[in-house]
Every structure is written in C-alpha cells, then in structure tokens.
Design a protein around this ligand. Structure first.
Ligand SMILES: *Cc1c(COP(=O)(O)O)cnc(C)c1O
Length: 423
C-alpha cells in the first residue's frame, strides 16, 4: 500500500499532507492486507484536529502545543489545522522542525536550561523570540546570546518567562524538583529581566496527566506571590501543560473544569487588564491521535510476548504502569465470543525490565499471531522509542477510525480515581 512508510525510531520523515479523513483506510483493513509483523502506528489526524480545536476554543488565552509529546509532522499539521499557532519547543531540533513546517508559527523556547548555541541559533536563524529561564545564569546566557546584554532594547522583541518551582503535586508524572526558581529567586529574576523584556512572563508546570484542577489554582497563587514580591508588571502567566486525558479506569473531570479553575484563579490575582494567559498542552491535544497495532508472538499463561515494549512506544506502560485501551484484532477469523481475561505484556527485547503489567483485558482465547490494537498512544508513545536490541522498525499509516477511547466529554460528570485526588 502506497500510504505505508517504514521508518526508524529517530528519523522523522515528511509525508504528504493527510488526506481528507474519510478517504483514509480503516485500521482493520490495513491489518487484514498488511498482516504486519512489526508494530504498526495508526495515526488519527482528525482526532488531533478536534482536540486542538476544542482546547483553542475553550481556553481563554494562547495555546502553545508542547512538541515533545508527539513531533510527528502529520500530527503537528493536525494541531495547526485545529487552530494552534504557538509551539512550545525544548530543543534545537524541535525548533527547526516546527519552523520548517510552519513559517508563520510563534515558537517559544521553553526549556529552562539551554546551550548557548541553541539560544543563538533559535534567535538568529529561526526567529524565536520567547525564552524561559529559572536562574540568573540562564538569564545572562539568553541576554548575551541574543545580543541583548549591553543596552536594554525591548523593541527587539525579546520575551522572557520566569519559571517558578512548585511543591510536589498530584500529577501522575511529578516534575517538581528539576526545574523552577523558588519564590525569592523568581522575584529577583523578574526584576532583573524586566528592563530587557518586550514581554515578561511567569510560568509553571504542574506535571503530566494531572487529575486535580485545583493544582493549577494553587500554582497560580504562587505565581501571584512571585509577581507581587517582584513589584514588576508582568505581561503573561503561562500555566504550562499537564492537562489529562482518559485512560481505562481513569476518567478526569471535563476540560472545562480545568479552564474554569484557571480563569477564576487568574482573575483573583487582580493583574492589570491585558495580562495574557498561555497554556502548553501536549497530551491533551494528541493522546487520541495514534494507536499501535502489535502482534502476539507467544502466549505463556496470562503473559503475552508482543513485538513492542518499554524500549519502544510502550514506555509509559512499563515502570509508570500506564494502562492503555486494547482490543484484539483477528481480521481473517470469525468473531470469537471468548470472555475477557487480564493479561500482562512482555516486550521484544531481552531485558527483563521490558514488562508491562497492565492488566490489559483481552479475549481469553488470544493466541500467537493475533494482533492487539493499543490506543491513546498519540502522547508519549512513538517519540520515546529507542533502537535497543535492534527493535526499531515500525510502519506508520493514517487511518479514519475514531480513537479507541473517546476523549473527555466536555460536560460529562466527573469520575476521578480517589487515590489520584488525595493530596
Ligand atoms: C512536557 C511539558 C509540557 C506538556 O505536558 P503534557 O503533560 O503533555 O501536557 C508542557 N510544558 C512543559 C514545560 C513541559 O515540560
């Protein structure tokens, strides 16, 4: 099939613009024809367009897509098609990729620790104007490498965003401790940056897959405290990413709850009119945008040996224990009425850490040769693949199917796993 392309974990090949979704094949048909013995990545650009549009329409500020979550060009185009015009990049490669695809995009360099070369190239060659920092030495680096260190010249358009540290929170992936300036230091950085900045901002990141909307309002209060302590006018409050999606047995409150909490707490800071909100969603825009079809190579009891694993696109199913939606695919055989049973997966490498406990509910009669479609892998799936042990070959196809798990309904009642809400 002409729309299939092989590629390795690290190379990003440009493919043609996604066909109109209705013209794309269904994933079952692709599996029936191709009988893939290597992992098949089934991209759903329409789901990404939809999730991006919903976020852009619902969030009262600028939406920066966090590119690290999924840098696949066809999903980046889907994010753009959904109305996103700002991109949160963290490396020179991400900056170059986004600039190559979208000459008019606003690119924000949101890694608090950058090489001098990366800063210089981003500023001079790729037109990046906004940089995040959480230390005085990073501020000095940015000012020097963008030629803004001698005379303050805000008219050159430099945007500086100070990332504040957050206490340990309740995100599934807690990122406190690595980045962020403590309150006093953040205030000092805001004062030091103000004369050089066309735009001055405060940012935070509550961690990924954060189930509790009040994590944002608590972080907002800290941002407010840093701004007050600095005595400076601030133009931007950037609330970061971390917006959650549904996984089996994990249904976050509707996205509107998060937006309302952010807006309410932002209003209560009483900042001057014109202060803008930014958000940096990754997972929330792209999780439904890809599944991976794997093949069972052996069954041993309730363990399935499959051809993808924690060194491939199932990294978060390993140590982090993410459970993804699954369905068995058996294109040639009549439907079976076997009941569901709980299975764990072993990945293809020889490392005993290449195990995914799940449990994953699949038909009891699953056997060697069957395929399994694993959903919600548009976020932190393919981008985490390695070539360890030589298992780096996959195929990629765009399909018209909806995601295996539909996203969070905009107004559905909240059901949150209690252990995830406990502080
Ligand atoms: C990873 C990251 C994001 C995106 O996080 P999601 O959980 O995918 O929404 C946003 N901002 C920063 C600073 C990040 O490191």
């Amino acid at each position: 099939m002409s729309h299939l392309g092989a590629r390795t974990a690290v190379s990003v090949l440009r493919r043609d613009l996604p066909l109109h979704s209705a013209l794309l094949p269904a994933v079952d048909d692709v599996v029936a024809v191709e009988q893939p013995s290597e992992p098949l990545h089934a991209l759903r650009p329409a789901a990404v367009v939809q999730a991006s549009r919903a976020f852009v329409n619902g969030f009262d500020g600028d939406v920066l897509y966090a590119v690290k979550c999924n840098p696949d060009p066809s999903l980046l185009r889907a994010v753009w098609d959904g109305g996103v015009r700002h991109f949160d990049c963290a490396s020179p490669n991400e900056v170059a990729l986004v600039r190559g695809l979208f000459p008019r995009a606003a690119i924000h360099f949101m890694h608090p620790v950058k090489s001098r070369q990366a800063i210089r190239e981003a500023w001079e060659r790729f037109g990046v104007r906004d940089f995040v920092l959480d230390s005085a030495s990073e501020l000095a680096k940015i000012l020097q490498e963008t030629g803004n260190d001698v005379i303050p010249a805000p008219e050159r358009g430099l945007g500086l965003v100070v990332r504040i540290a957050l206490p340990k929170g309740e995100a599934l992936l807690d990122l406190s401790g690595k980045f962020g300036a403590p309150l006093d230091e953040a205030a000092a950085l805001l004062r030091a940056a103000r004369p050089f900045a066309a735009r001055l901002g405060v940012s935070f990141h509550v961690g990924s897959q954060c189930m509790d909307p009040t994590a944002w309002s608590r972080a907002m209060e800290l941002a407010g405290a840093a701004i007050r302590a600095s005595g400076m006018r601030v133009d931007i409050v950037d609330v970061g990413g971390g917006f959650p999606v549904a996984y089996p047995d994990l249904t976050p409150p509707p996205m509107g709850t998060y937006f309302a909490e952010i807006e309410r707490s932002f209003e209560s800071l009483g900042l001057p009119a014109g202060t803008r909100l930014w958000a940096e969603p990754g997972r929330a825009l792209v999780a439904g945008g890809a599944s991976v079809v794997v093949q069972v190579q052996m069954r041993r009891g309730t363990s399935l040996y499959i051809n993808d694993g924690v060194y491939g696109s199932l990294s978060d199913a390993g140590a982090l224990g993410f459970r993804y939606p699954v369905r068995r695919m058996r294109p040639q055989a009549p439907a079976s009425d076997a009941s569901l049973a709980a299975f764990s997966f072993f990945g293809p490498t020889c490392d005993s850490a290449d195990v995914m406990h799940g449990p994953f509910l699949l038909p009891d009669d699953i056997e060697e040769g069957d395929w399994i479609e694993i959903g919600q892998l548009g976020a932190y799936g393919a981008c985490l693949r390695t070539s360890f042990n030589g298992f780096d070959r996959t195929h990629t196809v765009e399909v018209r199917d909806p995601p295996l798990l539909q996203g969070v309904a905009p107004v559905a009642p909240a059901t949150v796993a209690p252990e995830l809400l406990a502080a």
